[in-house]
Design a protein around this ligand. Structure first.
Ligand SMILES: [Mg+2]
Length: 295
C-alpha cells in the first residue's frame, strides 16, 4: 500500500498551496489511505523534509506548491526508490502540466490515489537535480526579477511583466556551447535545456521535448532585435517557437556551457550565478506519478 507524504509550501501561489490542505485531508481520509501532511517553514526546508520522509518509509512524496517546491522535494529524494508527485499550487506549475495533473484538487487527489507512474529522465547541473527545465541567460534574468518580486498589473503575469523590464537591459555574453560534438561559439540571448517542454508558467521553450527519451532538448536562441522579440514572444506560449529563425533546436545527452562572464541560470524557481555549467542526464532515473488531465 502506498504511503503519501505531502510537503506543502504554505507561501506558494500566495497561499494557494496551503488552501488545498482541507481537500487533501478529506479525499485521503475518505479513501482510507496512509498519509501525512507537512508544511515547510523556510527555503530549502522541503529538501530535508522530503529526504526524512523517504527515510521514514513514505514512498510517494507529493510536492504541494509550484515548480520550486517540486525541485526541492526532488533534491531530497533523487536516487531513492520513491515516487515524485505534485499538486499544482504555485506561481509556475510547469512540472504538474508535464505530468498531466489536473488543476481541480479533487480530481488531482483521485489521480494521486490511483498512483499511475512512469520513469522519466533526471537532469543535473550546478550540483543540483532538475526534472523539467533550466534556462541560462536572458530568461534566467527574467526569472530572477520575478523572484525578487514584481508589482503586478491586473491580468499580466509576473513573468510577462519582468520580460519587458529586462528586455532592453540584458547584455548577451559569448558562450562556448558543447552538445557532445565539440564546442561551438555563440552569443545567444538564452540557452534553455528541457526534459519537459515548458517553463515560466507555460512558455513552451522546447516544444518537442519528450521526458523519457534519454535526451535533453535544447533551445539556443540567438540574439535578435528586441522589438522583433516582442512581436515573436507570444509564439513561446502557442508552441510555435520553431517558426522563429533565431530559435535553434537541438538534442544532447550532455551539455557544457562556458560563458565569458557570469550570468544567471534558473532551475525550476531556483537561481544560480555561474560561468561554467555542465549538464548531465540519467535516463529514466526518476519515478513520477502521472495524472489524467489530457493535454
Ligand atoms: Mg528528452
Amino acid at each position: 500500500m502506498n504511503s503519501y507524504k505531502f510537503i506543502v509550501n504554505p507561501i506558494a501561489g500566495a497561499g494557494k498551496a496551503k488552501s488545498l490542505i482541507p481537500a487533501i485531508r478529506e479525499n485521503f481520509r475518505q479513501a482510507g489511505a496512509n498519509f501525512d501532511i507537512y508544511q515547510t517553514n523556510a527555503p530549502r526546508d522541503a529538501i530535508e523534509a522530503a529526504e526524512k520522509a523517504a527515510q521514514d518509509g513514505f514512498n510517494v512524496l507529493v510536492a504541494v506548491g509550484g515548480d520550486g517546491t517540486v525541485n526541492e522535494v526532488l533534491n531530497g529524494i533523487a536516487g531513492r526508490k520513491v515516487i515524485l508527485a505534485t499538486l499544482p499550487g504555485g506561481k509556475g506549475n510547469d512540472f504538474a502540466t508535464a505530468v498531466n495533473m489536473p488543476r481541480d484538487i479533487d480530481a488531482a487527489c483521485q489521480d494521486l490515489l490511483r498512483a499511475e507512474t512512469k520513469d522519466i529522465d533526471l537532469g543535473r547541473v550546478m550540483d543540483r537535480y532538475f526534472i523539467n527545465s533550466v534556462g541560462v541567460g536572458f530568461d534566467a534574468a527574467v526569472a530572477r526579477r520575478v523572484n525578487d518580486g514584481v508589482k503586478l498589473f491586473k491580468g499580466v503575469s509576473a513573468y510577462v511583466y519582468a520580460f519587458f523590464e529586462i528586455l532592453f537591459n540584458y547584455e548577451v555574453v559569448d558562450i562556448e556551447i558543447d552538445l557532445g560534438m565539440g564546442p561551438m561559439k555563440s552569443s545567444p540571448l538564452l540557452v534553455a535545456v528541457g526534459i519537459g517542454q515548458a517553463y515560466g508558467g507555460g512558455m513552451r521553450i522546447v516544444p518537442d521535448a519528450i521526458q523519457d527519451d534519454g535526451l535533453f532538448d535544447v533551445c539556443i536562441f540567438d540574439d535578435m532585435n528586441r522589438l522583433s522579440l516582442i512581436y515573436h514572444f507570444p509564439k513561446v506560449f502557442s508552441g510555435k517557437l520553431k517558426e522563429i529563425r533565431q530559435a535553434g533546436m537541438y538534442q544532447a545527452q550532455e551539455i557544457r556551457l562556458k560563458l565569458s562572464e557570469e550570468r544567471p541560470l534558473h532551475m525550476e524557481g531556483e537561481i544560480f550565478m555561474g560561468d561554467q555549467m555542465h549538464f548531465t542526464l540519467q535516463s529514466k532515473a526518476m519515478k513520477v506519478l502521472t495524472g489524467s488531465q489530457s493535454k
